[in-house]
Design a protein around this ligand. Structure first.
Ligand code: ZN
Length: 486
């Protein structure tokens, strides 16, 4: 049976423990995946860890540990974060797994043989990017992402004939056969490709990589460039190179979506589709490019000591408030994570809007003898909500759902049911309508805050419906060290 949706996150480097930015990307991907599952589509959601980077070797040396021990520990921390965030994951791949190495070799050999060639190369190399950089990438001679001056590296490498795919890539992205969200990134990518694509070096000298990485098939003197190896995780995680299962997932009929950060679109929207075209495989259908998070107004960095542990946040605030906060940030702009605003969001959105509407409507159901709310029509999303999800506008999709609650509340205030006798036909009809609308909200909000959504659905499906206890009771202030009451 073919998959309808294959959704992936990028795979983080594991030279350090995951931070709030990783939490953002995985919950965005999970919200998309859950949304399609709520539509009864067959969905595969995949994440994993990128472990073959040379910077892992450097990080392990600095810590005085082995590279394997370092990647094991940080990969495990990332897997634990995924569970703590209530993500419904189907597939997890570590690029140090044997099935990955074997699939990478298979794809290397599946690419057109005249797309791969060897030549001697000298270029500017940024250790932080683990990539050759060109003058146009630099600001005042330094890499803007790493603030370091790239070194001149000369070696003999394999190259991929990326230039051959320039016109085809322009066509695919322009025509939306490969959709990129937001539109601003699409324009940026088209402009980049339009300036001309050069062939890229896709292997490195094994010695320089301290032997860490995946060896080029039939050439032990070279390891595959870590970014090329990492991209192939989207295939190896579903079985490419180790089983036939991948064919039903990476198929033409499945919508294949990559959720990525704004710093890696060159790899996902240019290198990756070109590699797939070379190998005669389908290309991805959709790339969602999210912005970056700062923490309390500052760039997230270990040296600044402002790395917020998202697992601790999920434990302290419960997972749904954390997910709700992250998913209501504008997904395509840069955002800021602040515990003060998380507290504010908890109070004004979750407690005052969602919690109080649920209490209000369920109390009216109880008073008016509404038996059970289970209208299958309630499961139809509004066109607007659906359109936002297709365009990965997660914040706007949540706003559309929240406006259903605003609609209920204004109708209740206008009708003033407390001024009418209980259980009259008119009041019962109105309460049933409000309860059905609340059910629609609850059903679809499960994509974003799964436990809350399913809890509200369960309350409305109860016979008879009873007044709900507060879903989001008040919390101590964020500055208080005390653990909040459950
Ligand atoms: Zn760099």
């Amino acid at each position: 049976m073919n998959t309808d949706h294959y959704i992936t996150t990028s795979i983080p480097y594991v030279n350090a423990a995951p931070h709030i930015g990783h939490a953002l990307e995985i919950v965005q991907a999970d919200a998309l995946a859950r949304y399609y599952r709520l539509r009864s589509d067959r969905v595969v959601l995949q994440s994993g860890t990128d472990e073959n980077a040379h910077k892992n070797v450097a990080a392990a040396e600095a810590l005085g540990t082995s590279v394997q021990a370092l990647v094991d520990e940080n990969s495990d921390a990332y897997a634990k974060l995924i569970r703590a965030l209530d993500v419904e994951l189907d597939s997890f791949i570590r690029t140090t797994e044997e099935r990955h190495a074997s699939g990478v070799g298979t794809l290397w050999q599946a690419m057109r043989s005249d797309d791969l060639y060897r030549k001697s190369y000298e270029g500017l190399y940024c250790e932080g990017c683990e990539d050759f950089v060109s003058d146009r990438d630099l600001v005042d001679g330094v890499c803007p992402d790493h603030n370091t001056q790239p070194a001149i590296v000369r070696e003999d490498n394999y190259f991929f004939r990326l230039s051959r795919y320039q016109d085809r890539l322009l066509e695919l992205i322009e025509s939306d056969e490969l959709r990129v969200y937001p539109a601003q990134r699409k324009r940026e990518i088209l402009a980049f490709v339009g300036r001309g694509l050069q062939d890229i070096s896709i292997s490195r000298d094994s010695h320089r990589m301290s032997g860490w990485g995946i060896t080029v098939p039939e050439d032990p003197t070279q390891v595959i460039y870590v970014w090329i190896d990492a991209l192939i995780n989207y295939l190896t995680g579903i079985g490419y190179g180790s089983s036939a299962a991948w064919r039903s997932v990476w198929s033409k009929s499945a919508t294949k979506t990559h959720v990525i950060g704004k710093n890696v679109w060159k790899f996902h929207a240019i290198y990756w589709p070109a590699m797939l075209l070379s190998a005669g495989l389908p290309i991805p259908d959709r790339i969602m490019v999210h912005g970056f998070l700062t923490a309390e107004g500052k760039k997230i960095s270990k040296s600044l000591g402002n790395v917020i542990d998202p697992r601790e946040l999920a434990a302290q605030w419960d997972v749904d408030p954390l997910r709700f906060y992250l998913l209501t940030l504008s997904p395509f702009s840069d955002g800021d994570f602040s515990t003060g605003r998380l507290a504010e969001c908890y109070k004004s959105q979750l407690s005052s809007r969602i919690g109080s509407t649920v209490t209000r409507v369920t109390a009216l159901c109880e008073r008016n003898g509404v038996e059970q709310v289970r209208d299958t029509a309630a499961r139809l999303p509004t066109d607007e909500f659906h359109a936002h999800m297709e365009r990965c506008q997660l914040d706007k999709a949540v706003q559309t759902l929240m406006s259903l609650l605003a609609g209920i509340n204004s109708e209740v205030s206008e009708y003033r049911p407390w001024e009418h006798s209980h259980r009259t036909q008119e009041t019962v009809n109105r309460v049933e309508k409000w309860a059905t609308t609340l059910y629609t909200f609850a059903y679809w909000i499960q994509a974003f805050i799964p436990s809350t959504g399913s809890e509200i659905c369960a309350q409305l499906e109860r016979v008879p419906v009873r007044k709900s206890a507060p879903l989001f009771p008040p919390r101590p202030s964020p500055n208080s060290k005390a653990r909040p009451q459950a």
